[in-house]
Design a protein around this ligand. Structure first.
Ligand code: ASP
Length: 228
C-alpha cells in the first residue's frame, strides 16, 4: 500500500535476520519470489488462488486420524474449484498418497484443465458424493471472483450445498471437512457443520501441530532427531 516492492519488503524483513518468513499473499507465486532472494526459509501460507500447502498437510493429518490411511480413499472436493488454493494443494498431496479425488461445482467454477491433474470432474454433486470416504467443502471465494459465476446464493445452495440428506450418498462413515471460514447456508447447512460427521474444528486444532512441525523441520529438527 505504501509503494514498496515485495522484494524490498523481503529485504527489510531479512535485515532482522529471521529464520523463517511466513507469507500469505494475494499474488500467486509471491512466496517463490521470496524464496529466490531470501536466506530465511519461506513458508507459503496461501498465495492467491494458487496453493495452500500447510492446509493440505493438516487436512491429510486429519483424514489419517479418522481413516488410518490416505491410499485408496475416495475424496470428494466440492465448491469453488477455480479460485481455491486449498483444492490445488490437496489434489497434489492426495494423489501423491494414493487417494482418488473427484471435484464438483458449477461448470463456471471448474477450470477446464483440472482433469490434467488426474482428478475426476462432475457438475453433479450427488455423483461426486457417491461412495465418498471424505467430503471436503470449499468456500465460495467471493473476494477472488471478478464476475457472477452463479445466479444466486439460494440457487448455489440448492445445487451444491451439503445437507444431511445429500450426505447419505457418501459412505456411512464419511467425514465432512472444510478449510474455513464456513458460510452456513451457502456451501453447507448448519446441521452438517455441527453434525457428527463434521471434523471442521479438528482441522483447526490440527493446524497448530502441523504448522509447528513445519517450523521444526525447517529449523533442522529432523536432522537433529536423526543424529540423536
Ligand atoms: N482459509 C482458506 C484459505 O486461506 C480457505 C478459504 O479462505 O476459503 O484459502
Amino acid at each position: 500500500v505504501k509503494g514498496e516492492t515485495l522484494a524490498d519488503t523481503a529485504r527489510n524483513l531479512e535485515a532482522m535476520a529471521p529464520d523463517f518468513i511466513v507469507i500469505r499473499h494475494a499474488e500467486p507465486g509471491a512466496p517463490h519470489l521470496l524464496a529466490r532472494i531470501c536466506r530465511a526459509s519461506i513458508i507459503n501460507a496461501g498465495d492467491g488462488a494458487h496453493e495452500h500447502p500447510t492446509q493440505a498437510l493438516l487436512d491429510a493429518y486429519t483424514i489419517r486420524q479418522h481413516k488410518g490411511r490416505l491410499a485408496g480413499l475416495r475424496v470428494a472436493i466440492i465448491g469453488d474449484i477455480a479460485h481455491s488454493r486449498v483444492v490445488r494443494s490437496n489434489i497434489h498431496l492426495l494423489k501423491t498418497m494414493g487417494a482418488s479425488v473427484v471435484v464438483s461445482g458449477p461448470a463456471t467454477l471448474i477450470p477446464r484443465d483440472i482433469a490434467r491433474l488426474g482428478v475426476e470432474t462432475t457438475t453433479r454433486m450427488d455423483q461426486a458424493l457417491e461412495g465418498a470416504d471424505v467430503v471436503m467443502m470449499l468456500r465460495v471465494q467471493v473476494e477472488r471472483q471478478t464476475r457472477g459465476f452463479f445466479p444466486s446464493v439460494r440457487e448455489y445452495f440448492q445445487q451444491f450445498g451439503l445437507t444431511q440428506e445429500r450426505l447419505r450418498r457418501a459412505r456411512p462413515d464419511a467425514i465432512v471437512m472444510h478449510p474455513g471460514p464456513i458460510n452456513r447456508g451457502v456451501e453447507l447447512a448448519s446441521e452438517v457443520a455441527d453434525g457428527p460427521a463434521s471434523v471442521i474444528l479438528e482441522q483447526v486444532t490440527n493446524g497448530v501441530a502441523v504448522r509447528m512441525a513445519v517450523l521444526y523441520l525447517l529449523a533442522d529438527g529432523g536432522a537433529r532427531d536423526a543424529a540423536a
